[in-house]
Design a protein around this ligand. Structure first.
Ligand code: UD1
Length: 417
């Protein structure tokens, strides 16, 4: 429940990145000895990853924001369908289980709220490294009859998940893997940095070509997960849409470089300091002529819905082009219900800014779409009710408490769903 219209003001300590924590938790499977991960966000997707590790037989304990994983008691190579469905990105366990045990069984991931979620690029890449696949009754059986070996791989598109699966499979494979057209997202660099801290030999992460020299074994390390750049953008957006001011702490400015220019175009002033970022919003945001989501270092698709909420109340007409996911405009109907003027045609959304939105009852459609609705509610006049909070809990740790801390009138009722 949100009572909108109050400019937000204060400091926010950013939690660790979901999209780093998930592949790094999977990567812990590859390590002998204990892995200790600090700054692990307390999110339902992270809890699901921990449950997968536990199911596989690992000891996995989360205390506050620290997760300890010990693989010594590993007993299974199967991730059951119920656990696969809890978290769409569980396909990331494929490479890690294969790298560890040489075989793996997972359920075939279905579609998701962002449209079909194919894994063809993952499978094609792993095939080149010696993995055989068979599908039976919705299960994907993976075996490695003659051992995992390095390969030259060219991804047709720089898929984040496929890049992670190649990294996880290649680090313990024999020989060298060269991955062309790899994803360059900061979370890929975080995964590679963790693997290096365990003894892996990886170079080129963050660039188009990653080279992995397989090693015989990895040893668990003590590692701190990077801050969550998308949660950071969300909270900057919350301050911006209310005409407020916020200081983000525990933030790395570099991974945000692809978004900060667009924020400045809306009229927000930004003051980066080491580990901190201040935002001062104008009384009314300005439209942004063009936002095109692209693989990193382009504008992130995960920030598209957040910006759409902000641009709904900006002065002028903004044009957004979604190029990564087919079905990533499902939040539009909720924003329109709150008074936004948005016209969608295929990949393009034209947003004509209105002076104010008005509160309404809406339901989160997906993680970032739900966040956009919360932002719209914070900027709107009157009361907004956002349902289906399970989507938000996948990626934002105690979002309502964080926002209360900067003056938002927002609370969670027990009657959700
Ligand atoms: C990751 C992020 C997600 C982000 C996305 C794009 C995690 C847990 N999730 O998702 O938040 O929005 O990157 O930055 O890190 N595709 C195929 N075949 C494949 C793989 C992907 O066609 O084998 C397509 C997808 O359908 C999508 C596009 O490629 O249209 C990008 O997907 P990908 O980069 O793989 O995203 P995820 O790893 O799923």
């Amino acid at each position: 429940m949100i009572e909108g219209g109050t400019p937000l003001e204060g400091e926010i300590f950013l939690h660790g990145a979901k999209n780093s924590a998930l592949p790094i938790l999977a990567a812990a499977l590859l390590c002998d000895g204990e892995t200790v991960l600090e700054n692990c966000p307390r999110l339902t997707d992270v809890f699901a990853a921990c449950r997968i590790l536990t199911h596989l037989g690992c000891r996995c304990v989360m205390r506050e924001h620290c997760v300890t994983v010990d693989v010594q008691t590993l007993k299974s190579h199967t991730v059951p369908e119920t656990l696969m469905q809890e978290m769409r990105s569980s396909i990331i366990f494929l490479g890690a289980v294969l790298g560890r045990t040489g075989s793996c069984r997972v359920s075939y991931p279905g579609g998701c709220e962002l449209g079909p979620r194919p894994i063809d690029m993952h499978l094609e890449a792993l095939r080149k490294m010696g993995v055989h696949f068979s599908v039976c009754g919705g299960q994907l059986d993976c075996t490695v009859p003659s051992g995992l070996h390095g390969a030259r791989i060219h991804l047709p598109f720089p898929s984040v998940g496929a890049t992670e699966n190649v990294l996880l499979t290649a680090v313990l494979a024999s020989g060298r893997t060269v991955l062309h057209n790899a994803a360059r997202e900061p979370e890929i660099v975080d995964l590679a940095s963790f693997l290096r801290s365990c003894g892996a030999r990886i170079s080129g992460d963050g660039e188009g070509t990653i080279i992995i020299e397989g090693v015989k074994k990895l040893t668990g390390s003590h590692y701190t997960i990077m801050p969550d750049r998308i949660a950071g953008i969300t909270y900057l957006g919350a301050a911006a849409i209310t005409g407020g001011t916020v200081c983000l702490r525990n933030v790395h400015a570099k991974p945000l470089e692809n978004v900060l220019p667009a924020l400045e175009q809306t009229g927000c002033r930004l003051y980066p300091e080491p580990d901190r970022l201040h935002l001062l919003a104008p009384r009314r945001l300005r439209a942004v002529s063009s936002i095109r989501t692209m693989p990193h270092p382009g504008f992130p698709t995960d920030a598209q819905a957040i910006f759409m909420a902000m641009l709904s109340v900006a002065d002028g007409v903004s044009v957004i082009e979604e190029n990564i996911f087919e079905n990533r405009y499902r939040h539009v109907d909720a924003l329109v219900k709150m008074g936004a003027k948005i016209h969608v045609s295929g990949r393009i959304a034209v947003v004509t800014g209105v002076r104010t939105l008005s509160g309404a009852a809406v339901a989160a459609t997906d993680l970032r779409g739900g966040a956009a609705m919360v932002l719209a509610g914070l900027g709107a006049q009157g009361k907004t009710e956002v349902r289906q909070l399970a989507h938000l809990d996948r990626g934002y740790e105690a979002m309502e408490t964080v926002l209360q801390g900067i003056g938002a009138h927002i609370y969670r009722t027990e009657t959700d769903e």
